[in-house]
Design a protein around this ligand. Sequence first.
Ligand SMILES: NC(=O)c1ccc[n+]([C@@H]2O[C@H](COP(=O)([O-])OP(=O)(O)OC[C@H]3O[C@@H](n4cnc5c(N)ncnc54)[C@H](O)[C@@H]3O)[C@@H](O)[C@H]2O)c1
Length: 360
Amino acid sequence: MDKAITIQTADYSILFGVNAGNSLDEYLDTKMYSKLFVLMDENTYEHCYPILSFDSEKLLDAELLVVDSGEENKSIEIAAHLWESLTDGGADRHSLLINLGGGIISDLGGFVASTFKRGMDFVNIPTSLLSMVDASIGGKTGINLGHLKNQVGLFLAPKQIIIDERFLETLPQEQILSAFAEMLKHGLIADEKYWLELCGIKYLEPKYLIPYIEKSIRIKKQIVDQDPAEKGLRKVLNYGHSIGHAIESFFMETETPLLHGEAIAIGMLAEAYLSVEILKMPNDQALKIEQKIRQYFNHLRIKESQIEMIATLVLQDKKKEGELLNFSLLKQIGQCEINVQVAKNQILKSLKYVIYGFSN
Ligand SMILES: NC(=O)c1ccc[n+]([C@@H]2O[C@H](COP(=O)([O-])OP(=O)(O)OC[C@H]3O[C@@H](n4cnc5c(N)ncnc54)[C@H](O)[C@@H]3O)[C@@H](O)[C@H]2O)c1
């Protein structure tokens, strides 16, 4: 384990490079919770809970809540099931929910904790790369509504985030790739040097990526600190997501759902096209983005017959304002502009460019 680092935000601290069990116990030493609950999915129960509990004495009496993995379980039905489990387990407003898992667990668990008895504390212990660099940070909690992502939720920060990179050892390779899309996004929207560093990574393996986790966290934190409730600046984090979320929603309904990062990679490609068209991002930069995204995500599968439906889903997205939609697009690599108005026909064109390429 590398040296421990504490990143302080206004409301909580992010501990990085630590032993999760020890750090959890240290946090619990400062609190008097009536009862502890640990939320996991079956994979993090199998692979991560043994690591966490090995070094934590305080978890001996914790109640374990295990849900099935998968985006379809970030739902109101599972949230209701968890509220009932908390009630059955004797939880009250002075209990703590520990979210041990990827972004689905931190989104779902954060939402359940924030709403249970008008709010109980929660701590995030992210176990996927995506949740370490992105999902567990920033205080957005929520669930999906049918096939529409993150439609119900609230902004509420965890009491602490504990990042122990040993968890990455069992994370499937496809999940590493998926998270890498969000790391690339951090460079694209905020830091060209970081983007170039990431472009130099040859092998997407935990040991090569761990040195960059801290940088991604700092970029996200810096943005969120300035605009916690997404009234303005925070929208830069939506680069690639207006179209990416619609693509993710579209494929969620099929037999071949896409990983979040895969959908965002397609979204970033489409929105790089829009950045050139609308904000006049230099063409050569868009080509570099295209090249990198295609290098890492080499099976970007959308078909021309699907783009009308995907564009309709973009329109249903929460950023809808009249006929024009507000996007976050790139002025250049490392600089993102918010509230850029985009029309449906431009979205359709951008999706065609994903299929046929910028260079064709
Ligand atoms: N709140 C936010 O700001 C925010 C930001 C980005 C994404 N998200 C949300 O996060 C979710 C995606 O997050 P994710 O990619 O972490 O998905 P996830 O939670 O589904 O985790 C991915 C898969 O990896 C498994 N897994 C996790 N850690 C593991 C480990 N250490 N070893 C073995 N298997 C492990 C999980 O069981 C799951 O099957 C989406 O719902 C997305 O909307 C939220």
